[in-house]
Design a protein around this ligand. Structure first.
Ligand code: PLP
Length: 610
């Protein structure tokens, strides 16, 4: 995986005169966004985890950008005014771990170029194009194997011209080190060294750097007023068109998972075939586990165990793995998912009882506490967000009480994780399940169980009631072999990796705010249309709303569903056994404007049944 990118952004941009007097070139806006921010977004969408920006001139602009995109790390080149781009690149190199993409900051480019380099089998590759006629070309000369021999802005200095340098390159850490060494050796004779000079030198002295030519690649660099005009009038619209042609038909899922995903998450599934027993894939899963753990606990506090399966597999792994032979489990039942865990406990013949609550009103926590102590329970299972009705259970309060009384806590957080901020230590949660296709906004197919470190160790010798879904075995095998015991859903894992990258940038708090903004739009419309919600607003999770069926005799859920679906919105029937309801979820990659769009369809349907 290519996980890092470097953007060289130290330069003065002096040829742009007044425009860049007070800012770096990368902050020129085209189409309403600085070009370097467009580049950052394209890199993130292409699966880059960390972007290192080498700064110089007006670095404060990049410091602000790094606050907005937490994947950005900065490296400053203090000598930016009298050293070339190679010095800026050299400042970044210590942060580079393996192979990375290296980009100039003043580029406007079609994102497909990043995929071309990422898909290259060769490790050191320069992206180049056919003739652009831009007026500031860097021409490349190659050998018979298409490796870089020499570059120049003057055609006559080259024996032949193969292509033009774009300014996006894939380089290994080793090649970068050789380029830095070359620069250091030539501090005296070439004090202002551009990075192309070091690339040509390294490539022609036994460490070949390949040149990949994409004849009709859409891109431009912006060095002067003519470039800027050409960028705005010709290149930007072409890039926008190309990229929109690769967009995937938008369907807004208002069902409670699988949730709507970004196109970049969808595309992340398209990867080279790989045997999941390869270390390279083990590292992807290891990264996923580590990053998921960091979302629910301090470093080193939580282990995340992955299973192939839907969210229910996570619940079943917990129920079958976390209760010892002589344990006694109390399961809170205030909806379909609590009931499901009780069903599992009965199948595994675990000594359990249920604590029933209606799922519409806040549960009686004091009654639950007395029941736990009076019944001498050793374990408690509870659903964090009961998706049946959209009620949020008081999990931190209940689990803290359990912790004080040595009761182990098992939490189904399938539809809460990645929307509700959770810290398993702070909230005293021992085991917790979730899945790849709800608020984390990935594809269906992976279940995960978060385990507090000590809790995981404590279940080591518990009876193995289920072979496939045993938490300790799955964990132990992965740590030892860097593999899952059984074939994982490979493409789902790649999508989850991308979903994690995107979640880290939005942040879980930010995601909850966006979900809440969508929920507000929704309940405003529900109230205006005179529809009723059984769960009081104050108890609602902001993630899904249960709505009473309209009283009109003409009402049909299927008609309402079909009308919504025709307009690109998928809705979901209710799950309450004693009242006719339907549900609208507002999780996933959806925006308040899209929820506005849905409320118009809902209003149209309501008029049609009056
Ligand atoms: C979605 C969900 C599950 C799991 O459902 P799957 O269809 O197995 O993914 C479990 N618990 C809750 C609370 C849920 O919302």
């Amino acid at each position: 995986m290519i996980a890092q990118a470097v953007i060289m952004a130290g330069g003065l941009g002096s040829r742009l005169g007044d425009r860049t007097k007070a800012m770096p070139k990368g902050f020129l806006e085209i189409g309403g966004m600085p070009i370097v921010e467009q580049s950052v977004r394209k890199l993130i969408a292409a699966g880059i985890e960390e972007i290192i920006i080498g700064t110089g001139y007006h670095k404060e602009f990049y410091e602000d950008l790094a606050k907005k995109y937490t994947c950005i790390k900065l490296a400053h080149n203090a000598a930016y005014a009298d050293a070339g781009s190679m010095r800026t690149l050299a400042a970044c190199v210590p942060l580079v771990k393996e192979d990375c993409l290296v980009l100039e900051s003043d580029l406007l480019y079609d994102s497909i170029g990043l995929n071309v380099l990422i898909n290259e089998t060769r490790r050191n590759v320069i992206l180049s194009s056919g003739k652009t006629g831009s007026g500031d070309e860097v021409y490349l000369q190659v050998d018979n194997d298409c490796n870089l021999v020499k570059h120049s802005k003057k055609k006559e200095e080259l024996e032949s011209v193969y292509s033009e340098l774009v300014g996006i390159t894939k380089l290994s850490r080793k090649t970068l080190d050789l380029m830095v060494a070359y620069m250091d050796d030539h501090r005296q004779d070439i004090p202002m060294m551009e990075y192309e000079v070091a690339m040509s030198a390294v490539s022609s002295s036994g460490n070949p750097i390949a040149v990949r030519k994409v004849e009709y690649y859409t891109w431009c660099e912006i060095d002067d007023e003519n470039h800027l005009r050409r960028a705005v009038e010709q290149i930007f619209p072409r890039i926008a068109e190309n990229e929109s042609l690769r967009g995937i038909r938008r369907e807004v899922l208002l069902n409670p998972g699988p949730a709507t995903t970004t196109d970049s998450v969808k595309y992340a599934q398209v990867q080279a075939d790989i045997c999941p027993r390869e270390n390279e894939f083990g590292d992807v899963m290891g990264w996923i586990s580590k990053e998921l753990s960091l979302m629910v606990g301090a470093p080193g506090r939580v282990e995340t165990v992955l299973f192939g399966g839907s969210g229910t597999a996570g619940d079943e792994a917990m129920i079958s793995s976390c209760v010892p032979q002589d344990g006694k489990l109390l399961i809170v039942d205030n909806g379909a998912y609590g009931k499901r865990m009780a069903k599992m406990a009965s199948i595994y013949k675990i000594n359990y009882e249920t604590f029933a609550s209606d799922g519409i009103h806040r549960m009686d926590v004091e009654a639950l506490k007395s029941r736990l102590l009076d019944g001498k329970f050793t374990h408690l299972a509870i659903v964090y967000h009961e998706t049946t009705t959209g009620i949020l259970n008081p999990v931190p309060e209940v689990c803290r009480f359990c912790h004080e009384h040595n009761i182990v806590t098992i939490v189904d957080a399938v539809s809460a994780f990645a929307a509700i901020p959770i810290d398993m230590d702070r909230d005293c949660i021992d085991f917790m399940s979730s899945t790849s296709n709800k608020n984390i906004q990935g594809m269906a197919g992976l279940a995960f169980v978060f385990c507090r470190k000590e809790a995981l160790e404590s279940i080591k010798d518990y009876p193995m009631r289920n072979y496939y879904l045993n938490i300790y075995d799955q964990h132990h095998y992965f740590i030892k072999n860097n593999q899952m015991r059984f074939t994982p859903p490979v493409q789902t894992a790649y999508a989850l990796r991308q979903a994690i990258i995107e979640t880290k940038i939005e942040t879980i708090e930010g995601r909850y705010e966006r979900y809440t903004a969508c929920w507000k739009v929704l309940i405003k419309a529900i109230k205006e249309l005179g529809l009723e919600m059984p769960v009081p607003e104050s108890e609602q999770s902001h993630l899904i709303v249960t709505i009473m069926d309209p009283r009109s005799p003409k009402y049909s859920f299927n008609d309402m569903h079909d009308l919504s679906r025709e307009h690109g919105y998928t809705i979901y029937p209710g799950k309450l056994s004693d009242a006719p309801t339907f549900r609208i979820a507002n999780i996933g990659d959806i925006r308040p404007e899209e929820m506005e769009g849905f409320t118009k369809i809902l209003a149209q349907y309501m008029r049609s049944i009056q």
